[in-house]
Design a protein. Structure first.
Length: 152
C-alpha cells in the first residue's frame, strides 16, 4: 500500500482513498518490469534507431528504456507533453494486451498495473486515509556552493 499512496505524492494533511480490486477475467498483461533499474549498456534509443548498437543488445536496451519511461516519477511541474511517449506506447500495447505492469519507484516491492479497460476489475474495498507524516530520505548529488560573506 505504501507504493500506491506514494504514487500520488501527497502532502501532510492530504486525504486520499486506496482501493482494492479483483480482476474480473483472465487478462493479458505486458510485464515491463523485467529490466527495471538496469542501464541500457550506455546505449540510448538514438543509438538503437541509428544502428549504432549491437544487434543482440537492441531489443533488451529498448525494453529497459520503455520500463524506465513508465517507471519515472513525474512531478506536478512536469509538462503534459512529457507523458506523450508513454501514452503512444500504451496505445500500441493495447492492441494485444489488456494492461501493462511496471515497477514503482516508490517502495522496493511496489508495482503498478495500468488496465486499459476499467471494466476488467471490480472494486472490492475502498478506504479513505489522511497523511499524517512523511519520512523523507535523500542523498546529495552534484556539487554545492559555499558562500561566506566577506568580513567587514
Amino acid at each position: 500500500m505504501t507504493a500506491a499512496v506514494s504514487e500520488v505524492r501527497p502532502w501532510i494533511g492530504s486525504e486520499l482513498s486506496v482501493a482494492e480490486f479483483r480482476i474480473a477475467r483472465t487478462l493479458r498483461i505486458l510485464n515491463l518490469s523485467a529490466g527495471h533499474g538496469l542501464e541500457a549498456g550506455g546505449m540510448t534509443l538514438a543509438d538503437v534507431l541509428h544502428d549504432q548498437a549491437l544487434p543482440e543488445f537492441k531489443e533488451v536496451s529498448v525494453w529497459i528504456d520503455i520500463d524506465n519511461a513508465f517507471s519515472t516519477p513525474v512531478t506536478r511541474s512536469d509538462e503534459s507533453a512529457d507523458y506523450v511517449p508513454t501514452q503512444i506506447l500504451a496505445e500500441l500495447f493495447r492492441r494485444d494486451y489488456d494492461g501493462v505492469l511496471y515497477k514503482s519507484n516508490f517502495g522496493r516491492d511496489g508495482y503498478n498495473v495500468a488496465l486499459f479497460n476499467l471494466g476488467d476489475a471490480d472494486m472490492v474495498k475502498c478506504t479513505p486515509y489522511r497523511i499524517t507524516s512523511i519520512d523523507l530520505q535523500y542523498s546529495e548529488f552534484g556539487f554545492g556552493l559555499n558562500y561566506a560573506p566577506e568580513p567587514k
